[in-house]
Write a protein that binds this ligand. Structure first.
Ligand code: FAD
Length: 313
């Protein structure tokens, strides 16, 4: 970290040291160097330089799907900011088009879509991520996901190369995309949304928010669903509950009583508390039902300590 810190201060004077505890919704994690990214050009310059120096980097959206290690992250965080948070709306052939910067907040995008009478984004009401994070995770709810309304994205890849990818090129699957595993920063995304009736859309969005408030433990820090659904099995929350693991605790980390696929930070949870809880629950479900659940959350800064193939050192 010291070596990187010195390099970062020289090569990227605006880079700053940040606490991942304050930048993730789980409120867990140590320090890292962070560079705010305000434009596609800035992303391209930074990634070109970092790749040339062989320095690991990781794109941080709103930190709502990340378990960050207490030891922090030894590479450079790239944090898209206000310059990439704009949304431009237009109408084409009766369809609403939105060009959204990657740092735009997903709930705000969903809210403006309703107000304009643009459908297709109701599922996004209440998902506390950024547009870039939602594209990377193929975020979704209630049977819909972002890939269904996405036309294309602009992304900065290895060496700082900029490309435009159609939704078909993004290899979307259930909560997965070509962007997982790193190596690309999605700078903007274009959506194609069917027309709808603004008042009805707003009412449906309010219903969804009410439903979310009664189904999820939104009063405590979490990262949403910890595990993905496994095909052919009940949803993870149900498997965890049936395995008798609701309420299981390790230090300050606890399986929520409200929704068993949400693990909450009860105050003072460390990343190793949370990672141990994830292992205990995964093993318990596997023993009981013979299915090994896969994490939806992304590990950052774990030295192979999370699920090895997903850990960013
Ligand atoms: C209370 C709560 C409820 C939630 N409910 C849902 C839900 O209903 N459905 C759902 O799908 N998710 C849900 N989530 C999880 C989370 O909000 C989503 O996965 C969200 O899309 C993550 O966006 P983010 O900006 O926070 O990304 P982050 O958590 O910051 O990052 C997640 C991944 O995306 C990558 N990433 C972020 N930005 C970019 C970018 N610009 N370019 C390339 N890669 C990028 C990161 O590198 C990382 O790999 C919930 C989370 C919480 C805390």
């Amino acid at each position: 970290m010291k070596g990187l810190e010195a390099f970062a201060r020289e090569a990227f004077p605006p880079a700053r040291k940040v606490s991942l505890q304050s930048l993730t919704t789980w409120r867990i994690g140590g320090d890292a160097m962070c560079l705010d990214i305000g434009s596609a050009q800035a992303a391209s310059d930074a990634i070109g330089r970092l790749d040339a120096e062989g320095i690991d980097w990781f794109v941080l959206g709103r930190g709502s799907n990340i378990l960050a290690a207490d030891g922090g992250y030894a590479g450079m965080l790239l944090a898209p900011g206000a310059g990439l948070a704009g949304v431009a709306w237009s109408l084409e052939d009766g369809m609403h088009r939105a060009l959204a910067g990657c740092a735009a907040r997903l709930p705000s995008l969903a809210g403006s879509a309703c107000t304009r009478g643009a459908g297709g984004l109701l599922f996004a009401a209440g998902i506390p991520g950024s547009v870039g994070g939602a594209v990377c995770m193929n975020a979704g709810a209630y049977g819909s996901s972002i890939s269904e309304v996405l036309s294309d994205v602009e992304a900065v890849g290895p060496g700082g190369s900029v490309s435009r990818l159609s939704a078909g090129d993004c290899r979307f699957g259930y909560r997965s995309s070509a962007f997982q595993g790193g190596g690309c920063l999605v700078t903007s995304a274009r959506f194609r949304l069917p027309p709808g009736e603004a008042q009805a859309l707003r009412r449906e969005a309010a219903d969804i928010l009410r439903r979310r408030r009664s189904s999820f433990p939104l009063d405590l820090p979490s990262a949403g669903s910890v595990f993905r659904r496994a095909e052919g099995f009940d949803p993870p929350g149900m498997l965890i509950e049936k395995a008798g693991l609701k309420g299981t605790r390790v230090g300050g980390a606890r399986v929520s009583e409200v929704h068993a696929n949400f693990f909450v930070n009860d105050g003072g949870a460390t990343s190793s508390d949370m990672a141990s809880l994830i292992r205990i629950v995964r093993d318990g479900v596997e023993r009981r039902f013979g299915v090994r659940l896969e994490e939806e959350i992304v590990y950052l800064g774990f030295d192979g300590g999370g699920t090895d193939d997903k850990a960013h050192r």
